[in-house]
Design a protein around this ligand. Structure first.
Ligand SMILES: NC(=O)c1ccc[n+]([C@@H]2O[C@H](COP(=O)([O-])OP(=O)(O)OC[C@H]3O[C@@H](n4cnc5c(N)ncnc54)[C@H](O)[C@@H]3O)[C@@H](O)[C@H]2O)c1
Length: 280
């Protein structure tokens, strides 16, 4: 992580969802926001807080922690009141939340458990709508000119089989970001998704076949896979005043993966594999 502070978030306040352990993208974003001078609250599901790791981040960044299951209206509403009391009105929100019971329990996409599918969509996508509803409308703790970033994955546009129903969740997440962004523009509030490359975190490595997806992306991307810290630096720019007219976008943060067809390295590797296959 860059150790230099540019003071990009001086005077800004925020709310960061999804820091579980020190590999979490949200954890790295919290450190980067702290480095840039922001003040913020941290939130995660009650079960995640029971693991106890978030206390260390809270101490390091002077951030209060609030439990909230983002699939529950009343918990999200209560959270906004708690954040307002503890931090005041906020300028930015990070949504770094994803979960699929179907992937966890290795259900095939063609044989999904529909209750779990609803949970996948609710926790990973509809929660962005719910958070925006309470943060920017109902309780309204969001300041005009603020910025909201939700983390996505290229499975929203192209199917990665191992990503199963999360492909659908990310497509919905990106659509909600556009839809809500169009409504909040009149207040100068922007809503974007950052489509991050495979990153070694608890959620990422919980996907069967993740290593293959990680290596494939690493070999195809001209710049290589970005780390969670690099993702955090990018999120900081989107929370800052330097990106005030960027909204309703899905922004690829993937080292060029999404625009590259194939790389010289992959061609060489595949030629070797298939040459040995055809000679055996
Ligand atoms: N790791 C990757 O390869 C990768 C790539 C692209 C996008 N992303 C996205 O980045 C985001 C953060 O994931 P991560 O990789 O840092 O993993 P992570 O496991 O550290 O974070 C996921 C978070 O979601 C939280 N969560 C799950 N259910 C919740 C609920 N009901 N209420 C509130 N919080 C809940 C978890 O507690 C956890 O903190 C996710 O949206 C993920 O899809 C990850």
């Amino acid at each position: 992580m860059s150790t230099q502070s540019f003071g990009l978030l001086k005077g800004k306040k925020g709310l960061i969802f999804g820091a579980l352990d020190d590999r979490s993208i949200a954890w790295r974003v919290a450190l980067a926001c702290h480095r840039e001078g922001a003040e913020f609250a941290l939130s995660n599901a009650p079960i995640a807080l029971r693991l106890g790791q978030l206390d260390a981040l809270s101490k390091q960044t002077n951030a209060p922690i609030f439990a909230c299951d983002v699939s529950k209206n009343e918990e999200v509403e209560q959270l906004m009141h708690q954040v307002k009391d503890a931090v005041g009105e906020i300028d930015f929100i990070l949504h770094a939340i994803g979960m699929s019971p179907n992937i966890r329990k290795t259900k095939a996409y063609t044989d999904l458990n529909y209750d779990w599918f609803h949970q996948t969509l609710d926790i990973s996508a509809i929660s962005l709508h719910r958070i925006l509803h309470y943060a920017a409308e109902n309780v309204n703790i969001m300041r005009d000119g603020g910025s909201v970033v939700a983390l996505s994955y290229i499975g929203a546009q192209r199917i990665f089989s191992k990503y199963s129903d999360m492909n659908d969740a990310k497509a919905l997440l990106e659509s909600i970001a556009r839809n809500y962004g169009s409504r909040l523009g009149k207040r100068g509030i922007r809503v974007n998704t950052v489509s991050q490359a495979p990153t070694i975190t608890s959620a990422g490595s919980g996907i069967k076949g993740f290593d293959g997806m990680f290596t494939f992306a690493e070999k195809l991307s001209p710049l290589g896979n970005p780390s969670a810290d690099e993702c955090a630096d990018y999120c900081v720019t989107l929370f800052s005043d330097l990106t005030r007219k960027v909204t309703m976008q899905n922004l690829f943060h993937d080292g060029g993966f999404s625009s590259n067809g194939i790389s010289e390295e992959l061609i060489a590797d595949l030629s070797t594999i298939y040459a040995s296959e055809s000679s055996s």
